[in-house]
Design a protein around this ligand. Structure first.
Ligand SMILES: NC(=O)c1ccc[n+]([C@@H]2O[C@H](COP(=O)([O-])OP(=O)(O)OC[C@H]3O[C@@H](n4cnc5c(N)ncnc54)[C@H](OP(=O)(O)O)[C@@H]3O)[C@@H](O)[C@H]2O)c1
Length: 345
């Protein structure tokens, strides 16, 4: 009898939990739909809010400089097929909104074609340059990095960037090329035109090639990182042991391009518990591992949702749950042609 009662009890509790999770998940979607309806472009002047609060949310890079814990990106949805396409006014206004909301870190690249918009947005914001953190990257110009940075600085209307990244090992193609590109990066750092230098989309072998000649250690490797691509073979700890930090993109993959995976309900449920959105949970999950997520949106409501990650406290069980369940599924968005289907490195 006892056993029957216990079994009934367990069944009822499990079913109730499932139903509650389902309601929570649906509710968070309803809330997002409503927030989209009320989203408006701001006409407020600068400065809207003190950015000192966000200034405090920084991490220290291996070279001693600091970097804001989250960045606002101008690639992916903003990417131009031709870098010389006309100025995108929508992006400029979005960037100004992101600054109003409290982002202080903007991510761009020469290949996105958006450096001019970043320069204009900063100028129009009236925020002084030293309050902002600007990252840009060099792609095709890797053979002459000092020349490439001059062109980027001109488009950005600034005398220096805070972080300059060697963008793409597959464009460079060889270990010798990587070393040549890195020597160029070091010249740029020595000239003061980049306060810090790093890499992007590099695998362990690429970084090892660079380390054979490096006088300056790359401070960051910016790469795709999320619960469904956690980078096998202890790649993150290995980078950390060499003083290389990690910045992520596609951090929101489980709720965007890889939606429909095993984390769907879990993220909705954790988000509801904390009164935030699943996007904030994913960004916090990355931040809790010392990763600097770069995200983006065209909607002001989402900017607020993202920044809520800075104040979110996930319990160790919630963090673990996302990690463990994330590891049961695999998804890669960037450069998937260069990897085997199940390669998680
Ligand atoms: N180094 C590299 O090679 C590299 C590669 C890719 C990206 N990046 C950088 O990383 C930045 C971020 O790009 P990402 O694509 O990786 O960003 P992400 O943070 O993974 O995703 C941002 C997108 O998620 C959407 N989104 C947010 N919440 C959502 C929800 N609840 N439901 C559905 N969609 C939702 C947003 O759409 P809405 O716009 O509609 O709000 C936005 O476009 C880029 O702009 C770029 O600067 C670098």
């Amino acid at each position: 009898m006892d056993a029957l009662l216990r079994a009934t009890y367990v069944t009822v509790i499990t079913a109730t939990r499932k139903i509650a999770q389902l309601i929570v998940f649906r509710f968070s979607h309803l809330r997002l739909a409503v927030s989209r309806l009320v989203d408006t472009r701001s006409s407020q002047a600068f400065p809207i809010r003190s950015i000192s609060k966000i200034d405090a949310a920084t991490s220290r890079l291996g070279d001693g400089n600091v970097i804001p814990k989250i960045g606002f990106g101008t690639g992916t949805v903003w990417y131009k097929d031709n870098v010389n396409d006309p100025i995108n006014r929508e992006l400029i206004e979005t960037l100004k909104d992101s600054l109003r909301e409290g982002f202080v870190h903007i991510d761009c690249a020469d290949s996105y074609g958006t450096e001019r918009e970043v320069g204009i947005a900063i100028r129009e914001s009236g925020i002084s340059r030293d309050k902002l953190f600007i990252t840009t990257k060099v792609l095709d110009g890797w053979e002459d990095v000092p020349k490439a940075i001059d062109a980027s600085l001109k488009r950005l209307q600034t005398e220096y960037v805070d972080l300059y990244l060697l963008h793409n090992p597959y464009v460079i193609g060889t270990a010798e090329g990587l070393r040549q590109g890195w020597k160029g990066m070091e010249l740029v750092k020595a000239s003061g035109k980049a306060r810090s230098i790093g890499v992007s989309n590099m695998q362990k072998r690429d970084i090892q090639a660079i380390l054979t000649i490096a006088s300056e250690i790359p401070v960051i490797n910016q790469l795709e990182f999320h619960p469904y691509l956690q980078r096998s073979d202890d790649f993150l700890p290995w980078m950390r042991s060499h003083g290389i930090g990690v910045s992520s993109f596609k951090s929101l993959a489980p709720i965007t391009v890889a939606k429909g995976g095993p984390l769907d309900d879990i993220l909705g449920s954790i988000a509801y518990t904390h009164g935030v959105t699943p996007s904030a949970v994913l960004l916090r999950w990355a931040m809790n591992q010392g990763v600097i997520p770069i995200t983006t949106t065209g909607r002001r409501t989402r900017m607020k949702e993202y920044l809520a990650a800075l104040k979110l406290n996930l319990s160790s069980e919630e963090q673990e749950d996302i990690t463990k369940v994330g590891l049961t599924h695999h998804f890669r968005w960037w450069g998937k042609n260069f990897f085997d289907v199940d390669d998680r490195s």
